[in-house]
Design a protein around this ligand. Structure first.
Ligand code: SDX
Length: 429
């Protein structure tokens, strides 16, 4: 069996790997905050070995300057800014600019960014007809993914293989603006209502809520939605962002790339959890009898029930976004004069789980999806639209990661290896 010998020196430069009769040194790579990585790019060519790491639990797919997570300590930063400060001080479009450009915008840059989005405010008849062609019972995430990919049909200019930076910026603004309108239009279509056009003079969230409900939203609702979209804006290499990077690495056009990210996000283990949490809380409320039974169901290996909105691949401490959203719940519901019994059930579930050894041993805490639906619901957004809101929030993060991947030095198409364990060679009888 091989042995990996690490030098004792503080600044480790290399790791020595001895495997079978081969000894190689692997460069060690450090991140800004001291994260350590073994650079294994020469591993196969020098030893014939690959690493096997299902679900990439121990594998960094890239380096990135966009978002930093520290799962052990519950830290999240966008371009170095702590999420707590960003959520308190910024609006969603400012955060989008920060993720996309690396710095907060000056007033002039912010206005220019808003005007870039304004340039794409019109939803074409083709797109409107596509929205109307869906059955009203269709899940909005399916519609959003399909319509996003279909936008390629009328944007030939952005289908080129190697878009110059100016066009990547244009298509970024187009997708940010158009997907907001597509989401609002689809909501109106689901409810048999006429479309409400975007009013680009409004703040992004104010415009979206106006397009949804056809009425001017309260300042509290606009603020609440800004905070929610900010908290969802990026989260390093999660499932959907990794999907965007992988699909984008084939030089697929931005519409196909973002559509793939939307599809990955739809899964209930990922962004679809925000819808699943509310459905779970509703089921607990309907069944009555308190939360203890559901905590036991979540712990039982014989029961398929999973406590949705709990647990995380990276956070082994509180998800800082869940902490912010939980605090906001009480504040927002009070300001919106909403009392939601599901919030009390959620808090009871959290309290019960956090004192239960099953959850403590596995470091399972509420994640971003556990409380977010309570606020979406208080804003009047239907549960089937919750993951669409997650997608609108995550869109600037996906686009920033897509651009970072395309402009990385030595950019290559992503193509993992495998270990074949199937049948040996056999002849066709
Ligand atoms: C998001 O990656 C990101 O950054 C994602 C995200 C983002 O912003 O992009 O943060 C958004 O997707 C948040 C996660 C939303 N999903 C859910 O809330 C679904 C419920 N959570 C679980 O399915 C689970 O916790 C995951 C999928 C989130 C994480 O799964 P992992 O990392 O693969 O962990 P695991 O399934 O191997 O769990 C380890 C143990 C297991 O028990 P044992 O086999 O060790 O006995 O913990 C248990 C699991 O059974 N466990 C749970 C549980 N989550 C994990 N048990 C009960 N309820 C849960 N929610």
């Amino acid at each position: 069996m091989g042995a990996l010998k690490l030098h004792e020196r503080k600044e480790l430069q290399v790791a020595e790997l001895t495997v079978a009769d081969t000894r190689i040194t692997l460069p060690i790579f450090y991140g800004t905050e001291g994260e350590k990585a073994l650079d294994i790019s020469k591993l196969r060519s020098e030893t014939g070995f690959v690493t096997l790491d299902p679900a990439y639990m121990n594998t960094a797919s890239c380096t990135s300057e966009i978002t930093y997570l520290d799962g052990e300590n519950g830290i999240l930063r966008y371009r170095g800014y702590p999420i707590e400060q960003v959520a308190e001080k910024a609006c969603f479009l400012e955060v989008s600019y920060l993720l996309l450009h690396g710095e907060l915008p000056t007033a002039v840059q912010f206005e220019a960014f808003r005007s870039e989005l304004r340039d794409h405010a019109t939803i074409s008849p083709f797109c409107q007809n596509m929205i109307r062609s869906f059955p009203t019972h269709a899940h909005p995430m399916g519609a959003l993914a399909a319509i996003t990919a279909a936008l390629s049909a009328e944007n030939a200019a952005y289908l080129a293989q190697d878009l110059p930076q100016s066009q990547r910026q244009e298509v970024t603004a187009q997708l940010m603006q158009q997907l907001k309108s597509v989401a609002a239009y689809f909501y109106r279509h689901m409810n048999g209502l006429t479309f409400v056009e975007s009013n680009p003079r409004l703040d992004y969230c104010e415009d979206f809520l106006t397009m949804l409900f056809g009425a001017c939203p309260t300042a509290e609702a606009v603020r609440a939605l800004n905070v929610l979209l900010i908290l969802h804006a990026d989260h390093e290499q999660n499932c959907s962002t990794s999907t965007v990077r992988l699909v984008g690495s084939s030089k697929a056009n931005p519409y196909a790339t973002i559509s793939a990210g939307i599809s990955a996000l739809w899964g209930p283990l990922h962004g679809g959890a925000n819808q699943a949490v509310i459905e779970m809380l509703e089921a607990i409320r309907k069944e009555g009898g308190g939360v203890k039974k559901f905590i036991e169901k979540a712990k039982s290996k014989k029961d398929a029930f999973v406590l949705m909105g709990f647990g995380h691949r990276v956070y082994k401490n509180f998800d800082p976004r869940a902490v912010i959203i939980k605090k906001a719940c009480d504040d927002v519901l009070e300001k919106l004069h909403v009392h939601d019994p599901l919030l009390d059930i959620a808090k009871a579930l959290e309290a019960e789980a956090l004192q239960d050894s099953y959850f403590i041993e596995r470091k399972l805490y509420p994640n971003v999806d556990f409380y977010s639906g309570i606020i979406y619901k208080a804003l009047g957004i239907p549960v089937t639209m919750f993951t669409v809101l997650f997608a609108l929030g995550r869109l600037p993060g996906w686009l920033a990661q897509w651009q970072e991947m395309l402009t990385a030095s030595g950019m290559k198409i992503g193509r993992p290896r495998q270990i074949y364990v199937g049948s040996g060679k056999r002849d066709w009888k």
